[in-house]
Design a binder for this molecule. Structure first.
Ligand SMILES: Nc1ncnc2c1ncn2[C@@H]1O[C@H](COP(=O)(O)OP(=O)(O)O)[C@@H](O)[C@H]1O
Ligand SMILES: [Mg+2]
Length: 268
């Protein structure tokens, strides 16, 4: 059997001709929780977008492998089907598409309903989607865990959602897709303390059930009080400059990023 890992090898990424990621190396195994912490503008979101296959982020060197196979040639939806998930820092609003129909389409695609329908020659729309009743039941269970009002399902995706509501909608999506590896990009930002507790509990439960590998990207240590990483990496100027255990997150909380910047300045 193939080793189940997410492996980032010497990854270089440019945006609009400017190199942002300058050789990132990281291995995440199933069940492991890694925190990636770094100052604003250090390239954390660039890493998450590049891993998910955003077309604006050009891979200029290195590789990213999921279960031993390169992700780079795969479209974002194929990466999702392979078990990769990104909870975005800034989820986009899509007018005209309800959260319900978005989630149903995403779950159906991930679970291969479209392919099954195509293979059997079924052209009817409903054959390409998870049955409504089954989906309703699943989504209601997850809504309850995240203490979200079912009325959200009828609203257009992220349109007029508060910062915290957008983050909950991302985690709702993750709970339904059940990825094997998830990148959470500043999921804590915009969540008040009660919401953070609820959302973290949802993430922890899913992480344990699925033995999910997690990459928790965060600027602040706060979320790590609820989601406990075994590994903490400091990201600076497009690369990981320091990796250690959870104590490193506490040190950052206490001392900020100044000392990191000073210590690794010459590596710029
Ligand atoms: N789509 C983009 N267009 C232009 N510059 C970008 C784009 N995405 C990221 N960058 C630049 O890349 C750098 C890293 O940004 P980002 O990955 O968002 O950092 P972080 O998530 O650590 O705050 C910044 O200087 C930012 O301006
Ligand atoms: Mg970011």
């Amino acid at each position: 059997m193939e080793r189940q890992t997410l492996e980032i090898q010497e990854l270089h990424v440019s945006v609009e001709g400017k190199e942002i990621l300058k050789g990132v190396n990281l291995v995440v195994k199933p069940g492991e929780i890694h925190a990636l912490m770094g100052p604003n503008g250090s390239g954390k979101s660039t890493l998450s977008y590049a891993l998910m296959g955003h077309p604006r982020y050009e891979i200029t060197g290195g590789d990213a492998l999921l279960n031993g196979e390169s992700l780079l040639a795969l479209a974002p939806d194929e990466r999702a089907r392979q078990g990769l998930f990104l909870a975005m820092q800034y989820p986009v609003a899509v007018s005209g598409v309800t959260l319900y129909s978005f989630l149903r389409a995403a779950v159906s695609a991930k679970r291969g309903y479209g392919e099954a329908a195509r293979a059997s020659g079924n052209q009817r729309l409903h054959g390409r989607l998870i049955p409504a009743r089954q989906f309703r039941q699943e989504v209601n269970e997850e809504l309850e865990k995240l203490r979200m009002d079912p009325a959200f399902l009828r609203r257009y995706l992220n349109e007029g959602f508060s910062g915290g509501e957008k983050k909950r909608a991302e985690i709702l999506q993750m709970a339904l897709l059940k990825p094997t590896f998830a990148i959470l990009d500043e999921t804590d930002s915009g969540l008040d303390i009660d919401a953070l507790r609820i959302v973290s509990a949802g993430i922890n439960q899913l992480q344990q059930e699925q033995n999910m590998g997690l990459l928790v990207i965060t600027h602040y240590q706060r979320i790590l009080n609820y989601i406990h990483p075994q590994f903490v990496h400091i990201f600076l100027n497009g690369r990981i400059v320091l990796s250690d255990g959870p104590a490193l997150a506490a040190k950052l909380e206490e001392e900020g990023y100044d000392w990191v910047q000073k210590q690794f300045e010459e590596q710029r």
